[in-house]
Each structure stands twice: as structure tokens, then as C-alpha cells.
Design a protein around this ligand. Structure first.
Ligand SMILES: Cc1ncc(COP(=O)(O)O)c(C=O)c1O
Length: 389
């Protein structure tokens, strides 16, 4: 008998977005709207900062929690954006991406056999990371009330068991574009406190928010309502805000004991995020608002264009998203969303992400990433319309 892969590793489901993308990548002329990233390159001032950091010698190991200067920059960012005071030396851990922050935070609070409540439809990596910790994700879908998604607190209450340790939610949401209001957050915090759970908020889309008084007002952060002694973690990343998906830099904000443990565990995962990328992230945080504002104008126009186009298509129901860069229309006749997306890809060469990839509540819908060029979106909407008709 030859050595085999651990059954616990084999149980981690593969990404159905990736499965669709891999078919699309073998084809020519596909309009690719399946991945969650902007088509814009990283702004030049950030690239120059990375080059300068390399020239200045930022090519060595750094602290496990990240460069003190970057942690100070992150603390300043929270002060400016949310009026929240953080201690850079004990409440912030820099990670090599948002998904690594998710991994580290989850690993710190779950033992094998524990359960984690995950609000869905959601980016599959949250539930997959719970499974990677040999724990069990319990999905609780949002419900649609009118044209706004809501948290199903009754379902959350009945999903809690003595093994539940964590509640994970994403706001602004991938794929829904739903943005938690302070009132939603207050209720989530209250729920987590009552049941003695860790509350983990994935806020990586916080700057892609269309509900604020100013175009670049961030979505509300749970850190504003929670005290620093609450069992709360926030996952962040430079990927979406500054068009830096390939750079791999994020962070975790958490209660001091968790931050200390996550810092220690980081040594055994990646040790720390790349040194010069950390320096580039400092620059992005300092000087990023101008490019971000330009991107937000384009994203909002793209959202409005796609929303209007979808609303005219037969059998399509589409709530208006308040954040992120996705639309998540429900399509009559897409009961098997993977099969629907595959047919759309083969027949019309439009690549969308199947709703089934996002867990409970996702089947029957498709995710469209509208962070693309206007002409690509126009062509994609016209092909989708023709396909549906
Ligand atoms: C909800 C959500 N969280 C976290 C991430 C992670 O981003 P990154 O690992 O690129 O920092 C993503 C990326 O798609 C996401 O959609």
C-alpha cells in the first residue's frame, strides 16, 4: 500500500469558480468576468515604492507581525477612516494577503471538531479555511427582503451548538455586494457576545462602498462598535482597494491575545509578508485616495450600467448592490448554475462565476465581476441577453 493523501486534506472542496475558469482558459475570445479582481494595473507610485524599497535594502526578513512602520501606517489608516484607535504593537498583524489573515485567525480559534457559522452566499475561502482547521463550517444564508439582503438571526440562533466557536461574515459582501449597516453589526456583536463566539469580519471590500456621504467613505467597520477587549477579528487586504491582487499583502486586527498568538504562528506559515511589499503597502495607504476615487467613479458607472442591462433581461432578478464590485443576479432556468455558466461560456463566450460556488443560498444565481472595461461589459451584457432570449 503506497502512502496516501490525508483524508482531511481530500475533504477540502475545490473552488468551482476555478473549475469554470480553467475551462475558459483553454478557449479564445472569452469575456472573463469570473474572477474577483479589477482590470486596472497597480498604480505606478506603488510600483516605484516597491522598487525604492528593494534599492533601500528591504530584502531581508522582517518581524513576524510585519514592519513596525507599516503597522503604524495601518493604525493611522483606522484613525483617519473610522476614528478607531489601535495599538500598532499589539493589535495588528500584517499577513501575506487577506486569505492568509483569514487562515491565521481561523487557525487561532478553532480546534478539530469545532463549528463555525458562516454567513453565505460567500467567497468560498472562508468555509474552506474552517475545513482546513479540521472544523465544520455551518452555512447560514442571507435572506432577500424586498431588494435588500438581510441577516437571518432566527436561523443563526438555531444553528448555534455547544461546539460553535466562531461567526464569520463579509461586508461588503462577495458575491452579494450587501453592506452591513451599523445596526446589523450591533446585532452580530450582541449575538457573538451572548453565545461567547469569536466574531470575524472580512472587510477587504470596505473601500468599495457606494452608500456613504462621500464617494470614498468606507463601509462601516465592526471595529468602530466593538471594544478592544471584544473577541473580534477583522481581515483586510490591499488587493482590492489598491489593485494589488498579485502582491499578496493583508492584515488581521484582533484582540491582543489573538494577535500575539497569530504573530507567533505566522512564523510557521510564511514568517511574514515580503519586506519590500510591506513598504509599498505603506505608500499605498498614504497616497492611495486619488487613484481609489477615480476607480470608484468607474466602478459605480459600471455597476449602474450592468444593473440597468440585467433588469431588462427576461427571467432575471437582481438586487442593487451597495458595495464591492459584483452583481449577483438570480436567473430563472439557472437552477444548476454551474451547468448554466458552462453553457454560457461554450455558446456565448461569456465567463461568469456560478452561484453554487458561494455556498448555501448561492445556487440559481451567477456572479458578475464588473471591474472591467466598459466595452467588455457592454458586449458581455449583450451576449448574455441574447443567450437568455
Ligand atoms: C471576501 C474576500 N475576502 C478576502 C479576499 C482575499 O484577498 P487577498 O487574499 O487577495 O488579499 C477576497 C479575494 O477575492 C475576497 O473576495
Amino acid at each position: 500500500m503506497s502512502a496516501s493523501i490525508a483524508p482531511s486534506a481530500l475533504r477540502i472542496p475545490h473552488s468551482r469558480i476555478r473549475e469554470l475558469a480553467e475551462i475558459a482558459m483553454t478557449m479564445d475570445g472569452v469575456l472573463k468576468l469570473y474572477f474577483g479582481e479589477s482590470n486596472l494595473p497597480t498604480p505606478d507610485y506603488i510600483k516605484r515604492a516597491a522598487q525604492k524599497a528593494m534599492a533601500d535594502g528591504f530584502t531581508f526578513y522582517t518581524e513576524n507581525a510585519g514592519l513596525p512602520s507599516l503597522r503604524k501606517g495601518i493604525a493611522r489608516y483606522y484613525q483617519e477612516m473610522h476614528g478607531v484607535e489601535l495599538d500598532p504593537s499589539s493589535e495588528i498583524v500584517v499577513t501575506a494577503s487577506g486569505v492568509q489573515a483569514l487562515n491565521l485567525g481561523i487557525r487561532c480559534v478553532l480546534d478539530p471538531g469545532d463549528e463555525a457559522l458562516v454567513l453565505t452566499p460567500a467567497w468560498p475561502n472562508g468555509a474552506a479555511n474552517v475545513a482546513m482547521a479540521n472544523a465544520k463550517p455551518v452555512e447560514v444564508p442571507h435572506v432577500l427582503a424586498g431588494d435588500r439582503y438581510q441577516i437571518d438571526f432566527a436561523a443563526l440562533e438555531s444553528a448555534v451548538t455547544p461546539k460553535t466557536r466562531l461567526l464569520l461574515y463579509t461586508s461588503p459582501s462577495n458575491p452579494l455586494g450587501w453592506v452591513a449597516t451599523p445596526d446589523d453589526q450591533r446585532k452580530l456583536l450582541d449575538f457573538a457576545r451572548r453565545h461567547n463566539l469569536w466574531l470575524m469580519a472580512d472587510e477587504v471590500y470596505e473601500r468599495l462602498n457606494y452608500t456613504g456621504p462621500k464617494p470614498n467613505t468606507p463601509a462601516p467597520s465592526i471595529l468602530k462598535l466593538a471594544s478592544r477587549d471584544d473577541a473580534v477579528m477583522v481581515v483586510q487586504s490591499v488587493s482590492k482597494t489598491y489593485c494589488m491582487t498579485g502582491w499578496r499583502l493583508g492584515w488581521l486586527v484582533a484582540r491582543r491575545d489573538l494577535s500575539a498568538r497569530a504573530t507567533q504562528l505566522n512564523e510557521f506559515v510564511v514568517s511574514h509578508a515580503p519586506s519590500f511589499v510591506q513598504r509599498a503597502a505603506e505608500t499605498a495607504l498614504l497616497w492611495g485616495e486619488g487613484a481609489l476615487c477615480d476607480m470608484l467613479v468607474r466602478l459605480r458607472a459600471n455597476r449602474d450600467f450592468c444593473l440597468a442591462a440585467l433588469q431588462k433581461m427576461p427571467g432575471v432578478t437582481v438586487p442593487k448592490p451597495d458595495g464591492a464590485f459584483y452583481l449577483f443576479p438570480k436567473i430563472a432556468g439557472a437552477g444548476d448554475s454551474f451547468d448554466f455558466c458552462k453553457r454560457l461560456l461554450m455558446d456565448a463566450k461569456v465567463g461568469l462565476a456560478p452561484g453554487v460556488a458561494f455556498g448555501a443560498g448561492g445556487e440559481g444565481s451567477v456572479r458578475i465581476c464588473y471591474a472591467a472595461e466598459q466595452n467588455i461589459l457592454q458586449e458581455a451584457m449583450s451576449r448574455l441577453n441574447a443567450f437568455l432570449r
